[in-house]
Design a protein around this ligand. Structure first.
Ligand code: SF4
Length: 284
Protein backbone atom coordinates (compact mmCIF):
# COMPACT_ATOMS: atom_id res chain seq x y z
CA UNK A 1 0.00 0.00 0.00
CA UNK A 2 1.23 3.51 -0.67
CA UNK A 3 2.70 3.48 -4.17
CA UNK A 4 0.85 5.65 -6.62
CA UNK A 5 0.47 6.45 -10.29
CA UNK A 6 -0.22 10.09 -9.39
CA UNK A 7 2.44 11.93 -11.37
CA UNK A 8 3.49 14.44 -8.71
CA UNK A 9 3.79 12.08 -5.74
CA UNK A 10 5.78 8.96 -4.82
CA UNK A 11 3.28 7.63 -2.30
CA UNK A 12 -0.26 8.14 -1.15
CA UNK A 13 -1.17 7.98 2.50
CA UNK A 14 -4.81 7.64 3.50
CA UNK A 15 -5.27 8.04 7.25
CA UNK A 16 -8.88 9.06 6.47
CA UNK A 17 -11.42 7.59 4.10
CA UNK A 18 -14.48 8.92 2.28
CA UNK A 19 -15.88 12.29 1.43
CA UNK A 20 -18.99 14.17 0.35
CA UNK A 21 -19.33 16.48 -2.62
CA UNK A 22 -18.72 20.11 -1.97
CA UNK A 23 -18.39 21.87 -5.32
CA UNK A 24 -18.51 21.57 -9.10
CA UNK A 25 -15.16 19.77 -9.36
CA UNK A 26 -16.53 16.91 -7.27
CA UNK A 27 -19.14 15.90 -9.85
CA UNK A 28 -17.22 12.86 -11.09
CA UNK A 29 -15.01 12.40 -8.02
CA UNK A 30 -12.20 10.03 -8.90
CA UNK A 31 -11.73 8.97 -5.27
CA UNK A 32 -15.36 7.88 -5.17
CA UNK A 33 -15.00 5.88 -8.39
CA UNK A 34 -11.85 4.16 -7.11
CA UNK A 35 -13.43 3.50 -3.72
CA UNK A 36 -16.50 1.88 -5.25
CA UNK A 37 -14.31 -0.28 -7.41
CA UNK A 38 -11.86 -1.48 -4.77
CA UNK A 39 -13.43 -1.04 -1.32
CA UNK A 40 -16.61 -2.22 0.33
CA UNK A 41 -16.94 0.89 2.49
CA UNK A 42 -19.57 3.50 1.71
CA UNK A 43 -17.69 6.52 0.34
CA UNK A 44 -20.07 8.96 2.05
CA UNK A 45 -19.31 7.39 5.41
CA UNK A 46 -16.36 9.63 6.19
CA UNK A 47 -14.08 8.15 8.84
CA UNK A 48 -10.59 8.09 10.30
CA UNK A 49 -8.43 5.06 9.48
CA UNK A 50 -6.18 4.91 12.57
CA UNK A 51 -4.35 1.73 11.57
CA UNK A 52 -2.80 3.68 8.70
CA UNK A 53 -1.38 6.41 10.90
CA UNK A 54 1.96 4.62 11.23
CA UNK A 55 2.60 4.07 7.51
CA UNK A 56 5.00 7.00 6.90
CA UNK A 57 7.33 5.68 9.62
CA UNK A 58 7.84 2.54 7.55
CA UNK A 59 9.13 4.38 4.50
CA UNK A 60 12.80 4.87 5.27
CA UNK A 61 13.91 6.79 2.19
CA UNK A 62 12.49 10.30 1.57
CA UNK A 63 9.16 10.27 -0.26
CA UNK A 64 6.79 12.86 -1.66
CA UNK A 65 3.53 11.81 -0.04
CA UNK A 66 0.05 12.85 -1.10
CA UNK A 67 -2.07 12.84 2.06
CA UNK A 68 -5.68 11.79 1.60
CA UNK A 69 -6.03 10.69 -2.01
CA UNK A 70 -9.31 8.95 -1.07
CA UNK A 71 -10.77 11.70 1.06
CA UNK A 72 -10.42 15.29 2.18
CA UNK A 73 -8.79 15.27 5.60
CA UNK A 74 -10.41 18.61 6.48
CA UNK A 75 -13.91 17.22 6.03
CA UNK A 76 -16.06 18.31 8.99
CA UNK A 77 -16.60 14.69 10.06
CA UNK A 78 -12.88 14.26 10.76
CA UNK A 79 -12.42 15.48 14.30
CA UNK A 80 -9.86 18.08 15.26
CA UNK A 81 -7.98 15.66 17.56
CA UNK A 82 -7.55 13.14 14.78
CA UNK A 83 -6.30 15.79 12.35
CA UNK A 84 -3.78 16.72 15.04
CA UNK A 85 -2.61 13.09 15.11
CA UNK A 86 -2.10 13.20 11.34
CA UNK A 87 -0.15 16.44 11.60
CA UNK A 88 1.92 14.98 14.43
CA UNK A 89 2.97 12.08 12.18
CA UNK A 90 3.96 14.59 9.50
CA UNK A 91 5.96 16.69 11.94
CA UNK A 92 7.81 13.59 13.17
CA UNK A 93 8.73 12.37 9.69
CA UNK A 94 10.92 15.22 8.56
CA UNK A 95 12.67 13.11 5.94
CA UNK A 96 9.45 13.00 3.88
CA UNK A 97 7.60 15.77 2.06
CA UNK A 98 3.84 15.66 2.65
CA UNK A 99 1.29 17.32 0.38
CA UNK A 100 -2.21 18.02 1.63
CA UNK A 101 -4.78 19.11 -0.92
CA UNK A 102 -8.23 20.22 0.14
CA UNK A 103 -11.44 21.79 -1.05
CA UNK A 104 -12.19 22.74 2.57
CA UNK A 105 -9.75 25.63 2.57
CA UNK A 106 -11.51 27.47 5.34
CA UNK A 107 -11.28 24.58 7.79
CA UNK A 108 -7.66 23.98 6.87
CA UNK A 109 -6.92 27.63 7.56
CA UNK A 110 -8.80 27.49 10.89
CA UNK A 111 -7.04 24.34 12.06
CA UNK A 112 -3.53 25.37 11.07
CA UNK A 113 -4.28 28.64 12.84
CA UNK A 114 -4.70 27.00 16.24
CA UNK A 115 -1.96 24.41 16.31
CA UNK A 116 0.92 24.98 18.75
CA UNK A 117 3.87 27.06 17.50
CA UNK A 118 6.39 24.28 18.05
CA UNK A 119 4.49 21.88 15.83
CA UNK A 120 3.90 24.57 13.24
CA UNK A 121 7.60 25.29 12.92
CA UNK A 122 8.28 21.59 12.26
CA UNK A 123 5.44 21.31 9.79
CA UNK A 124 6.57 24.16 7.62
CA UNK A 125 9.74 22.22 6.85
CA UNK A 126 7.97 19.29 5.25
CA UNK A 127 4.28 20.02 4.67
CA UNK A 128 2.99 21.61 1.48
CA UNK A 129 -0.54 22.93 1.70
CA UNK A 130 -2.74 23.11 -1.36
CA UNK A 131 -6.28 23.91 -2.43
CA UNK A 132 -8.25 22.60 -5.39
CA UNK A 133 -9.81 25.17 -7.68
CA UNK A 134 -11.93 24.27 -10.66
CA UNK A 135 -13.65 27.53 -11.61
CA UNK A 136 -13.74 31.26 -10.97
CA UNK A 137 -15.97 31.02 -7.91
CA UNK A 138 -13.56 28.64 -6.15
CA UNK A 139 -10.52 30.74 -7.05
CA UNK A 140 -11.90 33.61 -4.99
CA UNK A 141 -13.15 31.41 -2.19
CA UNK A 142 -10.12 29.17 -1.63
CA UNK A 143 -6.82 30.54 -2.90
CA UNK A 144 -6.71 33.45 -0.52
CA UNK A 145 -6.56 30.97 2.37
CA UNK A 146 -3.01 30.07 1.31
CA UNK A 147 -1.68 33.58 1.67
CA UNK A 148 -0.90 33.50 5.37
CA UNK A 149 0.67 30.03 5.21
CA UNK A 150 3.02 30.99 2.40
CA UNK A 151 4.23 33.92 4.47
CA UNK A 152 4.70 31.59 7.45
CA UNK A 153 7.13 29.53 5.34
CA UNK A 154 4.95 26.73 3.97
CA UNK A 155 5.08 25.75 0.33
CA UNK A 156 1.64 26.43 -1.06
CA UNK A 157 0.02 25.12 -4.21
CA UNK A 158 -3.16 25.00 -6.18
CA UNK A 159 -4.47 22.08 -8.17
CA UNK A 160 -6.73 22.86 -11.11
CA UNK A 161 -8.11 19.43 -11.80
CA UNK A 162 -10.53 19.32 -13.40
CA UNK A 163 -10.28 22.86 -14.71
CA UNK A 164 -13.75 23.90 -15.89
CA UNK A 165 -13.32 27.59 -16.73
CA UNK A 166 -10.70 30.11 -17.75
CA UNK A 167 -9.49 31.27 -14.35
CA UNK A 168 -6.49 33.30 -15.48
CA UNK A 169 -8.12 36.76 -15.28
CA UNK A 170 -9.16 36.00 -11.71
CA UNK A 171 -5.71 34.72 -10.78
CA UNK A 172 -4.30 38.00 -12.12
CA UNK A 173 -6.88 39.93 -10.10
CA UNK A 174 -5.90 38.17 -6.87
CA UNK A 175 -2.16 38.58 -7.56
CA UNK A 176 -1.07 35.15 -6.40
CA UNK A 177 2.46 35.96 -5.28
CA UNK A 178 1.84 33.56 -2.40
CA UNK A 179 1.28 30.50 -4.62
CA UNK A 180 4.43 28.40 -5.05
CA UNK A 181 3.21 25.75 -7.45
CA UNK A 182 0.33 25.10 -9.88
CA UNK A 183 -0.83 21.66 -10.98
CA UNK A 184 -3.21 21.31 -13.91
CA UNK A 185 -5.05 18.25 -15.13
CA UNK A 186 -8.06 17.00 -17.03
CA UNK A 187 -10.82 14.78 -15.76
CA UNK A 188 -10.96 10.99 -16.05
CA UNK A 189 -13.86 8.56 -16.06
CA UNK A 190 -16.87 7.65 -18.12
CA UNK A 191 -18.60 11.03 -17.84
CA UNK A 192 -15.50 13.20 -17.74
CA UNK A 193 -15.54 16.78 -19.01
CA UNK A 194 -12.89 17.91 -21.51
CA UNK A 195 -10.07 20.20 -20.42
CA UNK A 196 -10.14 23.07 -22.92
CA UNK A 197 -6.80 23.82 -24.45
CA UNK A 198 -7.31 27.58 -24.27
CA UNK A 199 -7.81 27.33 -20.51
CA UNK A 200 -4.77 25.10 -20.12
CA UNK A 201 -2.56 27.44 -22.16
CA UNK A 202 -3.72 30.41 -20.08
CA UNK A 203 -2.56 28.67 -16.89
CA UNK A 204 0.75 27.72 -18.46
CA UNK A 205 1.34 31.30 -19.62
CA UNK A 206 0.32 32.65 -16.24
CA UNK A 207 2.89 30.41 -14.56
CA UNK A 208 5.55 31.44 -17.03
CA UNK A 209 4.87 35.14 -16.56
CA UNK A 210 4.88 34.92 -12.78
CA UNK A 211 7.67 32.32 -12.55
CA UNK A 212 5.48 29.75 -10.82
CA UNK A 213 6.52 26.11 -11.34
CA UNK A 214 3.93 24.43 -13.54
CA UNK A 215 2.99 20.75 -13.54
CA UNK A 216 0.76 19.48 -16.32
CA UNK A 217 -0.42 16.21 -14.87
CA UNK A 218 -2.49 14.63 -17.61
CA UNK A 219 -5.26 15.21 -20.12
CA UNK A 220 -7.62 12.67 -18.58
CA UNK A 221 -9.98 10.94 -20.97
CA UNK A 222 -10.26 13.81 -23.46
CA UNK A 223 -7.36 15.23 -25.41
CA UNK A 224 -7.05 18.21 -27.68
CA UNK A 225 -7.11 16.95 -31.26
CA UNK A 226 -3.93 17.74 -33.13
CA UNK A 227 -4.02 16.57 -36.74
CA UNK A 228 -0.20 16.64 -36.88
CA UNK A 229 -0.16 13.61 -34.59
CA UNK A 230 -0.52 10.38 -36.49
CA UNK A 231 -2.36 8.27 -33.90
CA UNK A 232 -4.94 11.01 -33.45
CA UNK A 233 -5.53 11.30 -37.20
CA UNK A 234 -6.01 7.56 -37.55
CA UNK A 235 -8.12 7.28 -34.41
CA UNK A 236 -10.47 10.07 -35.51
CA UNK A 237 -10.70 8.72 -39.04
CA UNK A 238 -11.95 5.41 -37.66
CA UNK A 239 -14.65 6.94 -35.49
CA UNK A 240 -18.25 6.80 -36.68
CA UNK A 241 -19.86 10.01 -37.92
CA UNK A 242 -21.40 12.10 -35.10
CA UNK A 243 -19.45 10.02 -32.63
CA UNK A 244 -19.77 10.83 -28.95
CA UNK A 245 -15.99 10.46 -28.88
CA UNK A 246 -15.53 13.87 -30.50
CA UNK A 247 -16.22 17.22 -28.85
CA UNK A 248 -15.88 20.77 -30.16
CA UNK A 249 -15.51 23.46 -27.51
CA UNK A 250 -16.96 27.01 -27.68
CA UNK A 251 -13.62 28.26 -29.08
CA UNK A 252 -13.89 25.84 -32.04
CA UNK A 253 -11.16 23.48 -30.81
CA UNK A 254 -11.73 19.75 -31.19
CA UNK A 255 -11.12 16.98 -28.63
CA UNK A 256 -11.21 13.23 -28.87
CA UNK A 257 -12.08 10.81 -26.15
CA UNK A 258 -9.55 8.03 -25.54
CA UNK A 259 -7.82 6.09 -22.78
CA UNK A 260 -5.59 8.02 -20.37
CA UNK A 261 -2.64 6.06 -21.65
CA UNK A 262 -3.29 7.42 -25.14
CA UNK A 263 -4.11 11.00 -24.18
CA UNK A 264 -0.94 11.33 -22.08
CA UNK A 265 0.54 14.38 -20.43
CA UNK A 266 1.95 16.56 -23.19
CA UNK A 267 0.67 20.09 -23.67
CA UNK A 268 1.45 21.45 -27.15
CA UNK A 269 4.04 18.69 -27.46
CA UNK A 270 5.86 19.51 -24.21
CA UNK A 271 6.02 17.81 -20.84
CA UNK A 272 5.72 20.23 -17.93
CA UNK A 273 6.67 18.60 -14.65
CA UNK A 274 8.13 21.39 -12.58
CA UNK A 275 8.25 21.37 -8.78
CA UNK A 276 8.63 24.26 -6.36
CA UNK A 277 11.88 25.01 -4.64
CA UNK A 278 12.17 25.66 -0.97
CA UNK A 279 13.25 29.09 0.18
CA UNK A 280 16.75 27.68 0.73
CA UNK A 281 16.76 27.04 -3.04
CA UNK A 282 17.19 23.31 -2.60
CA UNK A 283 15.21 21.60 -5.36
CA UNK A 284 12.72 19.04 -4.08
S1 SF4 B 1 -13.61 17.05 -2.11
FE1 SF4 B 1 -12.31 15.71 -3.35
S2 SF4 B 1 -12.57 13.68 -2.45
FE2 SF4 B 1 -14.24 14.96 -1.69
S3 SF4 B 1 -15.94 14.55 -3.10
FE3 SF4 B 1 -14.85 16.37 -3.82
S4 SF4 B 1 -13.38 15.59 -5.34
FE4 SF4 B 1 -14.07 13.85 -4.08
Amino acid sequence: MGNTAIEWADKVWNPTFGCTKVSEGCKHCYAEIISKRFFEWDFQDVRPVPHRLQEPYKWKSPQKIFVGSLSDIFHKKIKYDYIMEILQVIARNQHHTFMILTKRAERMDDILGIIPDEMLSSLKNNLWVGVSVENIKRVHERIIKLNHWHHCGFITFISCEPLLENIRPDLEMIDTGFVDWIILGGESGRNSRPLMINHAREIREYCKLHEIPFFFKQWGNWVYYDDQIQWMREYKRNLKKNSKYVFVDPYGDTYIRASKKMTGHRLDGHIYQEFPKRSDEKAI
